[in-house]
Design a binder for this molecule. Sequence first.
Ligand code: HAM
Length: 420
Amino acid sequence: KRENYSNLRGTTDFSPLEASHFTAIQNSAREMFCRYGYEEIILPVMEESGVFIRGVGVTSDIVEKQMFQVTRKIGEDKKDVVLRPEGTAQVIRYYLQNSLHKKSNFHKFFYSGPMFRGERPQRGRLRQFHHLGAEAIGSSSIYLDAEVLILALKVLAAVGLNDINLKLNSLGCLEDKKRFSSLLKARLEDKKDQLCPDCQRRLIVNPLRVIDCKNKACREVVMSLGVAEEYLCKDCRGEFKRLAAFLDNVKVPYSYDPYLVRGLDYYTNTVFEITSKRLGSQDALGAGGRYNNLISDLGGLDIPAIGFALGVERILLALNHQQEVSSFDVFVAKIDNSMVDECFSVVEALRYKGLRCDSDFTDKSLKGQLRYAQKKGARYVVIVGQDEWKRDKVLLKDMNESIQLELSVKEVIHKLLNSD
Ligand code: HAM
């Protein structure tokens, strides 16, 4: 019996067209990360679960409900393995494992790759999705905060997304977060009955998580609390004001959102999220913030850090590409099958010089080959015919114009390499 397999719910097959858009985004991001002094690292998709349990936090949704456990334990290795749900804790694991603080007191890394979360799939919310992430480790300067924010915006602008919103908040230091937590607990206590069962539990284990809840009733309760900045100590409030003033100065538009807390436990001080109106309910294109205690939480020294990650699939949704892209620029057609060897050699000569080209493998007539070339969006067609070949020539046809030139292969190459 034949099975009808399809891709798993919450995963995406990228067609050649979608893959070309995906790669274009990755390339622009990579270029921008390098311009800002970030170095690429490539880390595994599998990690020991502890990295995220300790790093992202036991009370986060990611750890509580969404980690994909790799159940097969190979050989002696009895480690509890998961598919990585995010990159930050993993980058810090890499940083600590290699004692990178001994090599330099400041590092900038970027990464791109798939992340896995067992969420309920919907538009913009997947179980396997891709991050473009950056992490800067070793400084608590607000100028680094500003640079990281600007970099995230620059990457989005480079791929064509300018109409976006930047939401900004500060969670303060660990002490401030505790104060924020108690304050929420106290204010939510008598509104407990209006919260969803999950939030009633969150109120006990980690009240900050109530703020993240997407449930409408919970959101209404949260919005009525009127929390803002009051939990911040003098230093953290001062730093946040300095950052805000600097962003104003350099004309980076943002909006202060006192209800932005982020769903991962490692954040301290600056947190941000970038949203787009072009997306639906899952409107965050990317997000990030400081995590000044993560390195010490994972067993390292007291080293501050900040970073962000953009979601590639959300960027693709927001761009909503319409145009087709061509898979090659030149199609080499043979007048008939007697010219197949000659045609093959012309294709290879063109490719050798760096031209993207292809030819027919399915015995199409000349008319059929021209139709195919047009459908594939080839700008030029080279026709290899017996008569011209005897004169060491081929025909070059510009698909945008009606002219056809008789040229040598060398002249064709010269012309195509110098065309726009
Ligand atoms: P995050 O907010 O969980 O942060 O993810 C960052 C971005 O990834 C989101 O804004 C969204 O665009 C995309 N994303 C997240 N979950 C999904 C999903 N299920 N389906 C599709 N796209 C998704 C982090 O992961 C942090 N590590 C960011 C960071 C880096 N903070 C500091 N450094």
